[in-house]
Design a protein around this ligand. Sequence first.
Ligand SMILES: Nc1nc2c(c(=O)[nH]1)N[C@H]1C(S)=C(S)[C@@H](COP(=O)(O)OP(=O)(O)OC[C@H]3O[C@@H](n4cnc5c(N)ncnc54)[C@H](O)[C@@H]3O)O[C@H]1N2
Ligand code: MOO
Length: 407
Amino acid sequence: MISVEEATRLVRATAAPLPAERVLLTEAPGRVLREAVHADRPFPPFDRVTMDGIALRFAAVATGQRQFIIEQTQFAGQPPTPLRDATAAIEIMTGAVLPPGTDAVVRYEDLLIEQQPDGRRVATLQVPPPAAGHNVHRRGSDHPAEALLLPAGTVLGPAEIAVAATVGATTLSVARRPRVAVVSTGDELVDISEVPAAHQIRRSNAYMLLAAVQQAGAAGSLFHFDDDPAALAAGLPPLMREYDVVLLSGGVSMGKADYLPQALRGAGAEQLFHQVQQRPGKPFWFGRHPAGAVVFALPGNPVSTFINYYRYAAPWLRAVQLPAPQFAAPEPAVLAADVTFKPNLTHFLLVSLRRSPDGRLLARPERAHGSGDLASLLPSDGFVELPAERQAFQAGEVLPVWRFRGQ
Ligand SMILES: Nc1nc2c(c(=O)[nH]1)N[C@H]1C(S)=C(S)[C@@H](COP(=O)(O)OP(=O)(O)OC[C@H]3O[C@@H](n4cnc5c(N)ncnc54)[C@H](O)[C@@H]3O)O[C@H]1N2
Ligand code: MOO
């Protein structure tokens, strides 16, 4: 049996960057960027008017002038209209280019506009602008042209998509999605569309893992095998050739129908470890197939499957999408209650998390009836990693916490 640290090291050593592919911007959300995105023009690209009103020359206001004849009206989307008379103004709309010859904008709320008998419109300032540049978003004041906006490795959310869109990136180079075969095993399992007999349960782990791999930016497909060595011998090899990851749950412990370790080795996978000094998840099996697939065979108890997925597989799935593998690290959290755990195993303790008034993350242990208590995941936000060599942990201690919610 190996330690959690050694298991982590062996899992990480198998992570290599997936190839990149070019996708339409509309297909890029949730993907990991594999090229840098730069500003094609200054941000903003022109002196942008930020209020509807009039544009004028501040020097005129500084001399005490309060009335301005309106020469023209300029809308957003129109080429700029130069100011002809330095003591006049141009009526202007938000999003328009600041007219040449003007340097400040006074909003309608701070003006009175009246029509004179000769038809000319005159604006009287009620609230004079305080300085040149008032209500103007200066060209390049956010970022210069060529500025690096999105480095390679950025996860593309709506804000990143907006920035890519504004620089005209119709396509983006992103990591290929990891292809994951999500496999449930066990004779007691029926699909969720079936009504289980009294001795059966629905195969919830497969759906849990499918949702989890989608959250990690991967593409998952569902498979199921009964506890049948012949079915496993026939079904496993194609999965190990066609997928980047084979993610199994169940069938790795000591039971007489726990055929997986043997079946995986028989199908050509190299075992990198079996059994880790941890709870939950001691029976975890991990290996690699020469055709390329990495195999996470997680213990079947649902909380064990879930925690071991987030502890080992989720960081791996993110790391292989980056230009160079990097692994998410746990955050420090303050234990909010005393905990005793006697076995000489690293203990992953389910906790709910909240911020203390001074900004520290507080981890409160959640009541759970062992690793079959699937519903104990609902009030939990993550798990604290309690090292194997100690038994008693006091409230107030700072320990690493792995989050699976609310990042
Ligand atoms: N003699 C020993 N027995 C067990 C040990 C041990 O060290 N010695 N370890 C225990 C631990 S810890 C765990 S965890 C389980 C893991 O065993 P398996 O990975 O072989 O899982 P199964 O026996 O197939 O199933 C365990 C449990 O989980 C349910 N399950 C399995 N797959 C699914 C699924 N897709 N959806 C929902 N639930 C699932 C299954 O019905 C069982 O109740 O072994 C202990 N035993
Ligand atoms: O992994 Mo087992 O769940 O320790 O219960």
